[in-house]
Design a protein around this ligand. Structure first.
Ligand SMILES: [Zn+2]
Length: 353
């Protein structure tokens, strides 16, 4: 009997629950990651002390590193500091910036990395990608997939509400990214990886239609798992394709033309809704518009403080942010006048819901 299959690198341990940070020492022992707790713990300046107080009793020999995080320079500096010690693993605890800084630094020395997410801002918690700013431009750097992924719901609950809700926008943008992938298959014959697509789709479909909000543990758990499987989808196919299409091109364009407009997840959700409208998929558009409204996430350019001209510029610029990626934006190749016209129709369609 032939047993043909592929091998996929995934995290060895995934835990989504309350109290995970306090139990970290035990989790590392149980997971055979570190029996003596000789790990480098990387925290951000905000949560730092609170996290250290909580995990000290279970991780007495851990060495703590505080990073401003979020930039390639900070990640390189951290990796130089890590070089002088001997660690079983690097544990990054915090939001996207801290985790991505730790991911990059650990990957540089081939150290196992454990991602402990205290917020659910985007699908970076389990992905083999570190999003870091270099010379003022945000870039995506390939790294080893985290060895362990832990989400502590106590921290998520107490974190900034909008930061967490933004993860909903990032997850449901998968629906639009997958439609772009299908389009690239039809038009350009680009192969679609079915396993990656299903990992990216399932969580997105669940978050799109699931009742409940960020005060509901069942919903937050599904959101965390959806973000994790989104990261796995990228690891499975070796590209961000299953979770990033025209939606993310618009997000990257807004980020580079109008920095600090809104977070990754908020802009990905807005970009996904706009791309879904461009595709003329009314059922999806309605579902997505309602989901974003339900979770008080932005749906129109004015919701994130952009005027029509600025948004049109971003949509026009978007294809240049990912030159080889074929999406609805490359497919339609709209002139600025056409984008303006579509945007006016889009604003009306959103207002009607
Ligand atoms: Zn994303």
């Amino acid at each position: 009997m032939p047993l043909l299959a592929r091998s996929v690198q995934t995290p060895l341990h995934i835990e989504v629950r309350r109290g995970a940070v306090a139990d970290l020492g035990k989790i590392l022992v149980d997971g055979r990651i570190s029996s003596g707790g000789e790990v480098a713990v990387v925290v951000g300046p905000g949560l730092g002390e609170q996290v250290v107080d909580l995990l000290r009793p279970s991780l007495k020999s851990a060495e703590i590193f505080v990073t401003g995080g979020g930039t390639l320079d900070a990640a390189l500096e951290l990796s130089n500091e890590l070089r002088s010690g001997h660690y079983d693993a690097v544990v990054g605890i915090g939001g996207g910036k801290t985790v991505d800084t730790a991911k990059y630094a650990a990957s540089r020395w081939g150290l196992p990395m454990v991602s402990v997410a205290t917020s659910l801002a985007n699908d970076g918690i389990a992905s083999p990608v570190a999003s870091l700013v270099n010379d003022g431009i945000k870039g995506s750097y390939g790294v080893h997939i985290p060895f362990g992924v832990i989400v502590d719901l106590d921290f998520v609950e107490n974190g900034p509400d909008l930061v967490n809700r933004a993860g909903i926008g990032d997850v449901i943008s998968n629906i639009s990214a997958l439609a772009d992938w299908e389009l690239a298959r039809e038009v350009r014959g680009e192969p679609v990886d079915g396993l990656a697509a299903s990992l990216a789709r399932m969580g997105a479909e669940a978050v799109l239609t699931m009742p409940g909000d960020m005060t509901d543990d069942a919903f937050v758990t599904v959101l965390a798992e959806a973000l994790i499987s989104s990261g796995l989808a990228m690891a499975v196919c070796g590209s961000s394709r299953p979770s990033s299409g025209g939606c993310h091109e618009i997000m990257h364009a807004i980020d580079s033309l109008f920095p600090e407009t809104a977070s990754h997840g908020e802009l990905a959700g807005l970009g996904a809704l706009f791309c879904t409208f461009l595709r003329g998929d009314e059922r999806r558009f309605a579902q997505m518009a309602d989901c974003l409204a339900r979770h008080q996430l932005p749906r129109t350019p004015s919701d994130v403080g952009l005027n029509a001209d600025q948004f049109v510029r971003a949509v026009e610029f978007a294809p240049r942010t990912r030159p080889d990626r074929y999406t609805i934006l490359e497919h339609l190749a709209m002139s600025p006048e056409e984008i303006h016209r579509k945007l006016a129709q889009y604003d009306d369609a959103v207002a009607a819901r």
